[in-house]
Design a protein around this ligand. Structure first.
Ligand code: NDP
Length: 280
Protein backbone atom coordinates (compact mmCIF):
# COMPACT_ATOMS: atom_id res chain seq x y z
CA UNK A 1 0.00 0.00 0.00
CA UNK A 2 1.26 3.48 -0.82
CA UNK A 3 0.67 6.65 1.10
CA UNK A 4 0.78 10.25 0.05
CA UNK A 5 1.34 12.77 2.77
CA UNK A 6 0.08 16.31 2.33
CA UNK A 7 1.81 18.66 4.75
CA UNK A 8 -0.36 21.46 5.93
CA UNK A 9 0.47 24.27 8.25
CA UNK A 10 -3.08 25.42 8.75
CA UNK A 11 -5.40 23.21 10.74
CA UNK A 12 -6.37 19.58 10.78
CA UNK A 13 -9.78 18.76 9.32
CA UNK A 14 -11.73 15.52 9.19
CA UNK A 15 -10.84 13.85 5.88
CA UNK A 16 -14.35 14.14 4.53
CA UNK A 17 -14.27 17.94 4.84
CA UNK A 18 -10.82 18.53 3.37
CA UNK A 19 -11.34 19.30 -0.34
CA UNK A 20 -8.02 17.90 -1.54
CA UNK A 21 -8.40 14.69 0.46
CA UNK A 22 -11.96 14.21 -0.83
CA UNK A 23 -10.90 14.84 -4.44
CA UNK A 24 -7.81 12.58 -4.42
CA UNK A 25 -9.49 9.75 -2.49
CA UNK A 26 -12.40 9.85 -4.97
CA UNK A 27 -9.92 9.37 -7.81
CA UNK A 28 -8.23 6.46 -5.99
CA UNK A 29 -11.61 4.76 -5.53
CA UNK A 30 -12.74 5.40 -9.12
CA UNK A 31 -9.52 4.03 -10.64
CA UNK A 32 -9.25 1.07 -8.23
CA UNK A 33 -6.00 2.34 -6.71
CA UNK A 34 -5.30 0.92 -3.24
CA UNK A 35 -3.58 4.11 -2.10
CA UNK A 36 -4.25 6.53 0.74
CA UNK A 37 -3.99 10.33 0.87
CA UNK A 38 -3.80 11.71 4.40
CA UNK A 39 -4.00 15.23 5.76
CA UNK A 40 -1.32 15.87 8.39
CA UNK A 41 -0.73 19.07 10.31
CA UNK A 42 2.98 19.97 10.52
CA UNK A 43 4.29 23.00 12.40
CA UNK A 44 6.98 25.04 10.60
CA UNK A 45 9.65 23.97 13.12
CA UNK A 46 8.92 20.30 12.40
CA UNK A 47 9.01 20.45 8.61
CA UNK A 48 12.49 18.89 8.26
CA UNK A 49 11.55 15.99 10.54
CA UNK A 50 8.30 15.47 8.63
CA UNK A 51 10.09 15.26 5.28
CA UNK A 52 12.72 12.91 6.74
CA UNK A 53 9.88 10.79 8.09
CA UNK A 54 8.15 10.67 4.70
CA UNK A 55 11.48 9.66 3.16
CA UNK A 56 12.16 7.00 5.81
CA UNK A 57 8.69 5.49 5.44
CA UNK A 58 8.93 5.34 1.65
CA UNK A 59 5.99 7.65 1.02
CA UNK A 60 5.51 8.16 -2.70
CA UNK A 61 5.09 11.87 -2.37
CA UNK A 62 3.13 14.65 -0.72
CA UNK A 63 1.57 18.04 -1.20
CA UNK A 64 2.48 21.02 0.88
CA UNK A 65 0.47 24.14 1.46
CA UNK A 66 1.16 27.52 3.06
CA UNK A 67 3.45 28.09 5.00
CA UNK A 68 5.67 25.24 3.74
CA UNK A 69 5.80 25.89 -0.01
CA UNK A 70 9.15 27.71 0.03
CA UNK A 71 10.73 26.25 3.19
CA UNK A 72 10.31 22.66 1.97
CA UNK A 73 12.82 23.26 -0.85
CA UNK A 74 15.74 23.07 1.62
CA UNK A 75 14.75 19.47 2.42
CA UNK A 76 14.44 18.20 -1.18
CA UNK A 77 16.96 16.78 -3.67
CA UNK A 78 15.92 18.70 -6.76
CA UNK A 79 13.26 20.85 -8.44
CA UNK A 80 11.28 20.69 -11.67
CA UNK A 81 11.67 23.56 -14.15
CA UNK A 82 8.73 25.71 -13.14
CA UNK A 83 9.17 25.08 -9.39
CA UNK A 84 12.71 26.38 -9.82
CA UNK A 85 11.51 29.58 -11.53
CA UNK A 86 8.54 30.10 -9.19
CA UNK A 87 10.66 29.37 -6.12
CA UNK A 88 7.90 27.37 -4.44
CA UNK A 89 6.77 23.73 -4.31
CA UNK A 90 3.29 22.33 -3.74
CA UNK A 91 3.92 18.74 -4.88
CA UNK A 92 6.78 16.41 -4.01
CA UNK A 93 7.46 13.26 -5.99
CA UNK A 94 9.77 10.41 -5.00
CA UNK A 95 11.98 9.32 -7.87
CA UNK A 96 14.08 6.39 -6.66
CA UNK A 97 15.78 7.71 -3.55
CA UNK A 98 15.31 11.36 -4.48
CA UNK A 99 12.53 13.74 -3.51
CA UNK A 100 11.80 16.17 -6.35
CA UNK A 101 9.73 19.33 -5.86
CA UNK A 102 7.21 20.40 -8.48
CA UNK A 103 4.74 23.25 -8.65
CA UNK A 104 1.42 22.14 -10.11
CA UNK A 105 -0.72 25.17 -9.15
CA UNK A 106 0.07 27.14 -12.30
CA UNK A 107 0.07 24.06 -14.52
CA UNK A 108 -3.33 23.09 -13.15
CA UNK A 109 -4.57 26.57 -13.94
CA UNK A 110 -3.26 26.45 -17.51
CA UNK A 111 -4.76 22.97 -18.06
CA UNK A 112 -8.17 24.27 -16.91
CA UNK A 113 -7.84 27.42 -19.02
CA UNK A 114 -6.95 25.43 -22.15
CA UNK A 115 -10.50 24.06 -22.18
CA UNK A 116 -11.53 27.58 -23.26
CA UNK A 117 -8.41 29.16 -24.82
CA UNK A 118 -4.78 28.40 -25.70
CA UNK A 119 -2.49 30.93 -23.93
CA UNK A 120 0.05 30.95 -26.80
CA UNK A 121 0.43 34.43 -28.28
CA UNK A 122 -2.22 35.96 -26.02
CA UNK A 123 -2.28 39.27 -24.11
CA UNK A 124 -3.02 38.61 -20.43
CA UNK A 125 -4.06 40.82 -17.52
CA UNK A 126 -3.35 39.12 -14.18
CA UNK A 127 -4.61 40.51 -10.89
CA UNK A 128 -2.38 39.66 -7.90
CA UNK A 129 1.29 38.91 -7.28
CA UNK A 130 1.17 36.46 -4.34
CA UNK A 131 2.02 32.76 -4.42
CA UNK A 132 -0.88 31.69 -6.65
CA UNK A 133 -0.39 34.58 -9.09
CA UNK A 134 3.33 33.84 -9.30
CA UNK A 135 2.70 30.19 -10.19
CA UNK A 136 0.00 31.10 -12.72
CA UNK A 137 2.06 33.88 -14.33
CA UNK A 138 5.14 31.68 -14.81
CA UNK A 139 3.11 28.84 -16.35
CA UNK A 140 1.20 31.24 -18.62
CA UNK A 141 4.56 32.61 -19.79
CA UNK A 142 6.00 29.12 -20.34
CA UNK A 143 2.80 28.25 -22.27
CA UNK A 144 3.60 31.09 -24.68
CA UNK A 145 1.55 34.07 -23.45
CA UNK A 146 2.94 37.06 -25.35
CA UNK A 147 2.32 39.89 -22.91
CA UNK A 148 1.42 39.76 -19.21
CA UNK A 149 0.29 42.82 -17.28
CA UNK A 150 0.54 42.26 -13.54
CA UNK A 151 -1.98 44.38 -11.64
CA UNK A 152 -1.18 44.48 -7.93
CA UNK A 153 -1.91 46.66 -4.92
CA UNK A 154 1.64 46.65 -3.51
CA UNK A 155 4.36 47.74 -5.94
CA UNK A 156 7.12 45.64 -4.35
CA UNK A 157 5.52 42.24 -4.86
CA UNK A 158 4.17 43.26 -8.26
CA UNK A 159 7.55 44.45 -9.55
CA UNK A 160 9.29 41.32 -8.24
CA UNK A 161 6.92 39.17 -10.32
CA UNK A 162 7.34 41.38 -13.40
CA UNK A 163 11.14 41.15 -13.09
CA UNK A 164 10.93 37.37 -12.67
CA UNK A 165 8.84 37.01 -15.85
CA UNK A 166 11.05 39.33 -17.90
CA UNK A 167 14.31 37.73 -16.68
CA UNK A 168 13.35 34.04 -16.68
CA UNK A 169 10.62 33.54 -19.29
CA UNK A 170 10.05 34.58 -22.92
CA UNK A 171 6.97 36.71 -22.04
CA UNK A 172 6.97 40.51 -21.91
CA UNK A 173 5.68 41.67 -18.53
CA UNK A 174 4.77 45.05 -17.10
CA UNK A 175 3.29 46.34 -13.85
CA UNK A 176 0.14 48.36 -13.23
CA UNK A 177 -0.48 49.53 -9.68
CA UNK A 178 -3.99 48.60 -8.47
CA UNK A 179 -5.27 51.66 -6.66
CA UNK A 180 -8.92 51.78 -7.77
CA UNK A 181 -11.33 50.12 -10.20
CA UNK A 182 -9.03 48.84 -12.96
CA UNK A 183 -10.17 49.09 -16.57
CA UNK A 184 -8.97 46.09 -18.56
CA UNK A 185 -7.32 47.45 -21.75
CA UNK A 186 -8.98 46.76 -25.10
CA UNK A 187 -7.13 43.98 -26.91
CA UNK A 188 -6.70 41.86 -23.78
CA UNK A 189 -7.47 38.20 -24.50
CA UNK A 190 -7.37 36.65 -21.03
CA UNK A 191 -8.21 38.19 -17.63
CA UNK A 192 -7.09 36.27 -14.53
CA UNK A 193 -8.03 37.05 -10.95
CA UNK A 194 -5.48 35.47 -8.57
CA UNK A 195 -5.89 37.41 -5.31
CA UNK A 196 -7.71 36.18 -2.22
CA UNK A 197 -10.62 38.64 -2.67
CA UNK A 198 -13.93 36.72 -2.64
CA UNK A 199 -12.63 33.63 -0.84
CA UNK A 200 -15.07 32.03 1.64
CA UNK A 201 -16.41 33.40 3.97
CA UNK A 202 -16.10 36.77 2.18
CA UNK A 203 -18.15 35.41 -0.72
CA UNK A 204 -19.78 38.64 -1.88
CA UNK A 205 -16.47 40.55 -2.16
CA UNK A 206 -15.74 41.76 -5.66
CA UNK A 207 -12.21 42.65 -6.83
CA UNK A 208 -11.93 46.28 -7.99
CA UNK A 209 -12.25 45.61 -11.73
CA UNK A 210 -14.21 47.95 -14.02
CA UNK A 211 -16.72 45.37 -15.24
CA UNK A 212 -17.79 47.55 -18.19
CA UNK A 213 -14.26 47.15 -19.62
CA UNK A 214 -14.81 43.37 -20.08
CA UNK A 215 -15.83 42.37 -23.61
CA UNK A 216 -17.25 39.10 -25.01
CA UNK A 217 -13.89 38.45 -26.73
CA UNK A 218 -12.21 38.02 -23.32
CA UNK A 219 -11.91 34.82 -21.30
CA UNK A 220 -12.15 35.58 -17.57
CA UNK A 221 -10.68 33.13 -15.03
CA UNK A 222 -10.89 33.20 -11.24
CA UNK A 223 -8.48 31.33 -8.93
CA UNK A 224 -11.00 31.33 -6.08
CA UNK A 225 -12.43 27.80 -5.75
CA UNK A 226 -14.72 28.38 -2.78
CA UNK A 227 -17.26 29.46 -3.95
CA UNK A 228 -16.76 28.22 -7.54
CA UNK A 229 -19.09 30.82 -9.06
CA UNK A 230 -17.73 34.12 -7.73
CA UNK A 231 -19.37 37.54 -8.16
CA UNK A 232 -16.59 38.34 -10.66
CA UNK A 233 -17.40 35.30 -12.83
CA UNK A 234 -21.14 36.05 -12.63
CA UNK A 235 -20.51 39.63 -13.77
CA UNK A 236 -18.18 38.48 -16.56
CA UNK A 237 -20.78 35.98 -17.81
CA UNK A 238 -23.37 38.76 -17.84
CA UNK A 239 -20.97 40.75 -20.07
CA UNK A 240 -20.81 37.78 -22.48
CA UNK A 241 -17.34 36.55 -21.51
CA UNK A 242 -16.40 32.87 -21.37
CA UNK A 243 -15.28 31.96 -17.85
CA UNK A 244 -13.04 29.43 -16.06
CA UNK A 245 -13.57 28.77 -12.34
CA UNK A 246 -11.07 27.99 -9.57
CA UNK A 247 -12.36 24.43 -9.15
CA UNK A 248 -10.85 23.66 -12.56
CA UNK A 249 -7.42 24.77 -11.29
CA UNK A 250 -7.76 22.71 -8.12
CA UNK A 251 -8.90 19.60 -9.99
CA UNK A 252 -6.26 19.85 -12.71
CA UNK A 253 -3.39 20.33 -10.26
CA UNK A 254 -4.67 17.17 -8.55
CA UNK A 255 -4.75 15.33 -11.88
CA UNK A 256 -1.11 16.31 -12.51
CA UNK A 257 -0.09 15.22 -8.99
CA UNK A 258 -1.84 11.86 -9.38
CA UNK A 259 -0.06 11.28 -12.68
CA UNK A 260 3.31 11.98 -11.02
CA UNK A 261 2.61 9.68 -8.07
CA UNK A 262 0.67 6.80 -9.61
CA UNK A 263 1.20 7.09 -13.39
CA UNK A 264 -2.60 7.07 -13.82
CA UNK A 265 -4.49 9.69 -15.86
CA UNK A 266 -7.24 10.45 -13.35
CA UNK A 267 -10.76 11.38 -14.48
CA UNK A 268 -11.19 15.12 -13.71
CA UNK A 269 -15.00 14.82 -13.68
CA UNK A 270 -14.90 12.34 -10.79
CA UNK A 271 -12.65 14.71 -8.85
CA UNK A 272 -14.79 17.75 -9.61
CA UNK A 273 -17.92 15.90 -8.50
CA UNK A 274 -16.21 15.01 -5.20
CA UNK A 275 -15.53 18.71 -4.63
CA UNK A 276 -19.05 19.76 -5.61
CA UNK A 277 -20.43 17.17 -3.17
CA UNK A 278 -18.78 19.19 -0.40
CA UNK A 279 -21.07 22.08 -1.45
CA UNK A 280 -18.16 24.52 -1.80
P1 NDP B 1 -0.98 35.42 -1.07
O1 NDP B 1 -1.25 35.87 0.31
O2 NDP B 1 0.39 34.92 -1.43
O3 NDP B 1 -1.27 36.68 -2.07
C1 NDP B 1 -2.44 37.41 -1.96
C2 NDP B 1 -2.59 38.35 -3.15
O4 NDP B 1 -3.86 38.97 -3.05
C3 NDP B 1 -1.57 39.46 -3.20
O5 NDP B 1 -1.31 39.82 -4.54
C4 NDP B 1 -2.32 40.61 -2.50
O6 NDP B 1 -1.87 41.90 -2.87
C5 NDP B 1 -3.71 40.38 -3.04
N1 NDP B 1 -4.76 40.96 -2.22
C6 NDP B 1 -5.22 40.52 -1.01
N2 NDP B 1 -6.25 41.29 -0.60
C7 NDP B 1 -6.44 42.22 -1.57
C8 NDP B 1 -7.36 43.31 -1.73
N3 NDP B 1 -8.29 43.59 -0.81
N4 NDP B 1 -7.28 44.05 -2.85
C9 NDP B 1 -6.34 43.79 -3.79
N5 NDP B 1 -5.44 42.79 -3.69
C10 NDP B 1 -5.50 42.01 -2.59
O7 NDP B 1 -2.09 34.36 -1.42
P2 NDP B 1 -2.03 33.22 -2.56
O8 NDP B 1 -1.47 33.82 -3.79
O9 NDP B 1 -1.39 32.01 -2.02
O10 NDP B 1 -3.56 32.87 -2.76
C11 NDP B 1 -4.45 33.74 -3.44
C12 NDP B 1 -5.75 33.03 -3.72
O11 NDP B 1 -5.56 31.98 -4.65
C13 NDP B 1 -6.39 32.37 -2.47
O12 NDP B 1 -7.72 32.78 -2.39
C14 NDP B 1 -6.32 30.90 -2.73
O13 NDP B 1 -7.45 30.23 -2.21
C15 NDP B 1 -6.30 30.85 -4.25
N6 NDP B 1 -5.65 29.64 -4.73
C16 NDP B 1 -6.41 28.77 -5.47
C17 NDP B 1 -5.90 27.58 -5.91
C18 NDP B 1 -6.77 26.67 -6.71
O14 NDP B 1 -6.36 25.52 -6.94
N7 NDP B 1 -7.93 27.11 -7.16
C19 NDP B 1 -4.49 27.19 -5.65
C20 NDP B 1 -3.76 28.18 -4.86
C21 NDP B 1 -4.35 29.34 -4.42
P3 NDP B 1 -0.61 42.64 -2.13
O15 NDP B 1 0.64 42.05 -2.72
O16 NDP B 1 -0.82 44.06 -2.45
O17 NDP B 1 -0.76 42.33 -0.66
Amino acid sequence: MNFLLPLTGSFAQPAAENPTVAMIEAAFAHHGLDWRYLNVEVAPADLGDAVRGARAMGWRGFNCSIPHKVAVIAHLDGLGQSAQIIGAVNTVVRQGDRLIGENTDGRGFVAALRQEVDPAGKAVVLFGAGGAARAVAVEMALAGARQITIVNRSAGRGQALVDLLNDRTPAQARLAIWDGPFAVPAGTDIVIHATSVGLYPDVEAMPAIAIESLTPAMVVADGIHNPPLTPLLRAAQARGCRTVDGLGMLVQQGVIGLKYWTGVDADPQVMRQALLALRL
